[in-house]
Write a protein that binds this ligand. Structure first.
Ligand code: KIV
Ligand code: NA
Length: 265
């Protein structure tokens, strides 16, 4: 396999080839996602919700992110692996942000980091980039700031917030980020951002006028039947499929149907 790089993503945008991205947090799932041909695997801090059952992304630690990321890296031959810097690991100052990013690169083997925010974290992003670590930006709905906003509703519907988002996106391109995630903003605004910068824009709930799409793997496989935002397309109903299979196993054990003659020594 030829590894996807930050440069190949730039070329994909130039060639108008859309970029596919999904999350993964463990070896087995990452192996499947990589084999299926996904370009970028995100070890998202959504692991806090999906893997650990927390209500928000805030509790997950840097050590836990490194554990998830190292499992994903071991499974991946082709995809570029991007790792979220978790809440509290980069907000205090640029030195802390660099230290956390170095730990991710050294201890997990990931290929890039992602962090939420624009002008507020500009100095930290520059410091990380100066160390040779690729950074993916993340604007729009930024779940690590949920207690500041209070809701998970669509962002940047008002002109002032939309203008700040455009300015932030241009700044992230200028200082050297290789790509940006735009989460839950109007499709027209996301398209405008994508057309005004040359680095790839990956959307989630940001419409079709961007350079690629990302979803949380458990959501798109329908493993989680409690999360139903408009932007989510379910490709399977694994919650139902797995529950049916597992209850069949319970029935077979109880009825002594399993194991049969061929399934024993
Ligand atoms: O943590 C995550 O899964 C993310 C994506 C939704 C972009 O940041
Ligand atoms: Na995230």
């Amino acid at each position: 396999y030829k590894r996807v790089t930050t440069r190949s993503l730039t070329e994909m945008k130039l060639n108008a080839e859309k970029i596919s991205m999904l999350t993964a947090y463990d070896y087995t799932m990452a192996k499947i996602v990589d084999t299926a041909g996904v370009d970028v695997i995100l070890v998202g801090d959504s692991a806090s919700n999906v893997m650990a059952g927390h209500e928000t992304t805030l509790p997950i630690t840097l050590d836990q992110m490194i554990y998830h990321a190292s499992s994903v890296v071991r499974a991946t031959l082709r995809a570029l692996v991007v790792v979220d810097l978790p809440f509290g690991s980069y907000q205090s100052d640029p030195k802390e942000a660099l230290r956390s990013s170095i730990r991710i690169m050294k201890e997990s083997g990931g290929h890039a980091v992602k962090m939420e925010g624009g002008s507020e974290i500009k100095d930290s992003i520059k410091k990380i980039l100066n160390a040779g670590i690729p950074v993916m930006g993340h604007l729009g709905l930024t779940p690590q700031s949920i207690y500041k906003f209070g809701t998970y509703t669509v962002r940047a519907k008002e002109e002032a917030e939309a203008q700040k988002l455009i300015d932030d996106a241009k700044m992230l391109e200028r200082i050297g980020c290789f790509a940006i995630v735009l989460e839950k903003i109007p499709a027209a605004l996301a398209k405008r951002v994508s057309e005004s910068i040359s680095i790839p824009v990956i959307g989630i709930g940001a419409g079709s006028g961007v350079d690629g799409q990302v979803l949380v793997i458990h959501d798109m496989l329908g493993m989680n039947n409690e999360f139903n935002p408009r932007f989510l397309r379910r490709y399977m109903n694994l919650f139902e499929g797995m529950t049916t299979a597992i209850s069949q196993y319970v029935t077979d054990v109880k009825s002594e149907d399993f194991p049969n003659e061929a399934e024993q020594y």
